[in-house]
Design a protein around this ligand. Sequence first.
Ligand code: AAT
Length: 281
Amino acid sequence: MELWYTEEHTNNVRFTIKIDKQIHSEQSPFQRIDFFDTHEFGRIFTLDGIIMLTEKDEFIYHDMIVHVPMAVNPNIKKVLVIGGGDGGTVRELTRYNTIESIEMVEIDQRVVECCREYMPQTSSKLDDARVKLLFEDGIKFISNKENEYDLIIVDSTDPIGPGEGLFTEEFYRNCYKALKDDGILVNQHESPYYNNTARLMKRTHKRIKQFFPIAKVYQAHIPTYASGHWLFGFASKKYDPVKDLDDKYWNSLGLETKYYNTELHKGAFALPNYVIKMLED
Ligand code: AAT
């Protein structure tokens, strides 16, 4: 018998992948956690029936959420990751010797435990000496921080369920406060393509723009997220992500990346007209 994983991308569109084997399934206090092996995408990890990552395309998401801010400010030393329990974002951050501390605040301890067991490709660097794991709600965690971080990465689920509060005005105000004067906020910013996510992405940009003098959006092609066209937000008190790109410095580090390079960095901020219009509205 053939097994297929199906995810609803809209009420009228479904995305289906052939499953070789179901690996693990459980209901945590926060969400349903599943792992499957697939022929096309390798092992996949889903929360509440939505793909968080696959072995085949996670490099795109994690390269873009980490290397873009790191190539803009080479002096990033103290980083906060909110969500990201699979460890992919932390894995990329640990490649920078200049980073001194990485705090990862993940609401669901079971995500980390399961990813340590079933997703070694992303969780392999969670034991780095600079990494501190905190199992709490990122919304609450950030509320009393001031002038502490050089970089905050919001590697969150979509704004439904436990991730909802990570897309609110209050949360972005608190991120602004928690960042140093030259701090950068990067977040997963949903997709502009289908109406259901476009609505969320427009609202997210509007909210971030209220607090940050510089608020830009950049894109990547992530095949297993709805429509494949995914956005990230770059917000800062000081740095423009393209004008302040330190490409000489980043290239001198000699980091080998499968997706990111500094030419692509510049290009990722060039958006299709319909997206520019959505962000202006
Ligand atoms: N690295 C790509 C994987 C993710 S998972 C996002 C993580 O955010 C999940 O582990 C979830 O438990 C955690 N999370 C959700 N809400 C909170 C919260 N309030 N505080 C802390 N952690 C939280 C991102 C996938 C993006 C999918 C896009 N479609």
